[in-house]
Design a protein around this ligand. Sequence first.
Ligand code: ZN
Length: 278
Amino acid sequence: MKLRFWGVRGSFAMCGREVLRYGGNTTSIELVAASGTRLLIDLGTGATELAKLLMQGEFGRGQGELPILLSHTHLDHIQGLPFFTPFFVKGNRIRIVGADPPGLSLQATLQNQLAPHYSPLNGLENLAAGVSIDTIVPGSTFTLGEFEVETALVPHGNMWTTAFRVTADGKVVTFLSDVEYPEPEAPLPEALHLARHADLLIHDAMHSDDDYQLRRGWGHSPARAAISVAEKAAVRRLALFHHSPDATDAMIDETVWRARAETKIELFAAAEGSYLEV
Ligand SMILES: [Zn+2]
């Protein structure tokens, strides 16, 4: 399985010279199975960059098919939706899969995002592509094409997010972003279960330790929480993810340097545009 990070920034998109290396777009991760079929995790602003590539191929001709997993509907995870060009081409078939947010259906939440006071698209029904929105119950396991997906609910501030364990070609990628455990170094059993022996764990590492003192309870983790999950679940590699909009490239380098001193697990900071063979 191949993976490409299209957006790695948390909370809101950033620009400027100091974030050029790790990138400023928000969450979007493309997984590609050996056969070439794709699965996208989240529709942050990074998805608009992937869209340009997709439009050069079958999606530009209205022959593309793409399943998209949504972890939750906070803006930084869905802001790319109104600008994801494969939605505008008739014939494309795009399936959005995620849990209902508290108090509202997933369908209604995404429909609101395209309401006229937010977007000129004026509703999901105006997207030319065939778009389906499938609600899942976190904790369930299902298949999307060649990808087997196991899910769990994890705490994210005053709500929660869906974490994913995706298996294809015998390899496992676990996505645990936008998560905060009651104690950073005591990850919840459901997180450890999803991450068990993963080939790659992508984990929230938004806060420096100083930042975490200020922002505890807001739903994000320091790098030591990511390391704790990685060690306890015995993963092969760890990608620190959901970089703070305040974190410059130099600050992220320092986080990686400190984290590497704390563990023997192979780790790196996710960088926009980078490819991995999982
Ligand atoms: Zn986020």
